[in-house]
Structure formats: C-alpha cells, structure tokens
Design a protein around this ligand. Structure first.
Ligand code: PBG
Length: 328
C-alpha cells in the first residue's frame, strides 16, 4: 500500500459526503427571470432563435410571471419589443405616458406586489438607429444621451419599478440617473448597473427578439472590448462611486474572470447576465442530440456562481426552478 497524506477522493466517497463538501449551491432565489414584452393582448410568440422563450403581451406575461412566483422565482427583468413606427431618433416613446412597457411595470407590481421588477434603461429598443445612445453621424453622443436615460429611468420609477437597470454603457449614467431619481422623490429605487458590458456576439438572439440590432455601425464605441480585463475595474469603481446598488457583468460565460475580479474588488452584490446566445447554444446543441441540456444548464449556472456571481439573470430560470423542485 502506498502511503499518501492526501487522498482527496475520500471527500468524494459517498453522495452524502459529496453533498456536505459542495462549495457552490444554486437556488431559484438568486435567479432573475427575463421577459420580452409586446403591446397587445393574448400574444405569446416563441422567439425562433431562443427556443422556449416568448414575446408576451402584458396579460400573458402576468400569467407566466405568476407561475414563476409559484416556482420561487420572484425577480423579473423586463424588456420591450417596440413597433418600428414608434421608434425615433431620441427614443421619446420610452417615457411617453402611453408606453406599454411602463404600463407593464405597473401591472406587474399591482398583480404581484411581492415581486421585484427590474427595468432596462437604454435607447436601443426605442431608437430608429438601433443604438443605446443618440446617434449623430457615426458618433454616439454621451452627455446628450444621459438626459434621455434620466427621463426613461424616472418614468420607470414612477410606474413602480423596484430596480433600474441601465444597460447603455454611457459614461456617468449611474450618477446622473441616481440624481434624477432622488430629485423626483425615488430615493428608494435601486440601480443595477450593467458595469462591465462587453461588445459581444452573444447578444444576437436578443436583438432578434426585440428587433433592435443597430441600423448602422456597431456598439464598440460604448460597450467594452472583449480583450480587456482591467478596464472592468475602472467601470466598477465609477459605478460604485456614482451610487450603484448592484454591479453586473455581461455576458457571463466568456467573462468568468471578470465576475471573479468584481467579486474580489467590491462588496456590492455581483450580478452575471447569462445572455441569449449562451442560452441558445445549449438549446441548439441539445436539439441536435449533441449535449445533455439539463446537465449543461446546471454546469453553466454553477460555474457562473462559483466564479463569484451572487445573482444570475438567465433564460434558464424556469427550467432550473422546475428541476430544483423536482429533485428528490
Ligand atoms: C440593450 C441590451 C442588450 C441585451 C440586454 N440589453 C443587447 C445589446 O446590447 O445589444 C442583451 C441580452 C441578451 O443577449 O440576452 N441595451
């Protein structure tokens, strides 16, 4: 018999021991469920590049959200798919009092007061240019965009949002939005900042879902370059100083190092956005019979949490919660 001081396999000997030494556990409480919303009634359209994910009219979204609540999923992030004819250069529909997205926020809070509604603040769903900020001859105007974002955020807070989610990547937007919210009497409304949002190809299916792809150019002048790591800390420091309540990394899977860096460098909750392309890759290969979908989902979500994410936004939320509650 060879004498070994360390036999790490001893801690893997039985299911009970393996479970006892498990370092990372997933729970529906830490997940945020995204919803894509459209104006109208009784609409439930599956997004072709995101099997199992739908665009819902408000009535249908409420039914679906209530079934999420039953599964212990109480946190929702809402995205609007806006008709082309309502889009303009300055995204004015985003704070129009008839905007269906604002009505949806109110309806969620009215029907489910105990849920959390997280919004999206960026111009792209409402912009005729398909950019997150004001587009002017190939340039995205930073400071002019802040005014639009401020109006959007206040309108969402007024509609009843719990957490405002600026996803636009303009400089100074967290501080600007914080001030606008406070001035309007919404000092209790939080900000979940898309702190390190990378210019990623993994948003492709999401842009299909909202029909929000840029009409010209790309988002490289505001979203971060995938090659950069330290720059995420520059963004995190700014967001924290400007008053963010949550820091987000997006996408998640190709950016686990960034999640880990933010976790080490901040005491705020770190959120990871497991984005559309990350979801669709697993769905597509599972459909081909090339991968076990449930195992892949669990492994990926575990990896994101293990890297340091406290909270995960994922299109797998319902699949995961169903699995979680069916476990023996
Ligand atoms: C837009 C926004 C995007 C996503 C969330 N908010 C797309 C983009 O920046 O082009 C992507 C989410 C996903 O892919 O699941 N402000």
């Amino acid at each position: 018999m060879i004498e070994l001081n360390h036999r790490p396999r001893r801690n893997r000997r039985s299911e009970a021991i393996r479970s006892m030494v498990t370092e990372t556990r997933l729970h529906p409480e830490n997940l945020i469920t995204p919803f894509f919303l459209v104006d109208g009634k009784k609409i439930r359209e599956e997004i072709s590049s995101m099997p199992g994910v739908f665009r819902y009219s408000i009535d249908e979204a409420i039914l679906e959200a209530k079934s999420c609540m039953q599964l212990g999923l109480r946190n929702f992030i809402l995205f609007p798919a806006v008709a082309e004819k309502l889009k303009d250069k300055y995204a004015t529909y985003s704070y129009d009092k008839n905007c269906f997205y604002l009505k949806a926020i109110s309806k969620f809070k009215k029907e489910m007061p105990e849920c959390t509604v997280i919004t999206d603040v960026a111009m792209d769903p409402y912009s005729s240019d398909g950019h997150d900020g004001i587009y002017d001859n190939g340039v995205i105007l930073n400071d002019e965009t802040l005014e639009v974002l401020g109006k959007m955020a206040v309108a969402q807070a007024k509609a009843g949002a719990d957490i405002i989610g600026p996803s636009d990547m303009m400089d100074g937007r967290v501080g600007y939005i914080r001030e606008e919210l406070d001035d309007a009497g919404y000092s209790d409304v939080s900000i979940m900042s898309y702190t390190a949002k990378y210019a990623s190809c993994f948003y492709g299916p999401f842009r299909d879902a909202l029909d929000s792809a840029p009409k010209h150019g790309n988002k490289l002048s505001y979203q971060m370059h995938p090659a950069n790591r330290r720059e995420a800390l520059v963004e995190a420091e700014a967001d924290e100083m400007e008053g963010a309540d949550f820091l987000m990394v997006k996408p998640a899977l190709a950016y686990l190092d960034i999640i880990s860096d933010l976790r080490k460098n901040s005491s705020l909750p770190v959120v990871a956005y497991n984005v559309s392309g990350e979801y669709s890759m697993i769905k597509a290969s599972a459909r081909q019979g090339w991968i076990n979908e449930q195992a892949a989902m669990i492994e990926v979500l575990t990896a994101i949490k293990r890297a340091g994410a406290d909270i995960i936004i994922t299109y797998f939320a319902q699949d995961f919660a169903r699995y979680y509650h069916s476990k023996p």
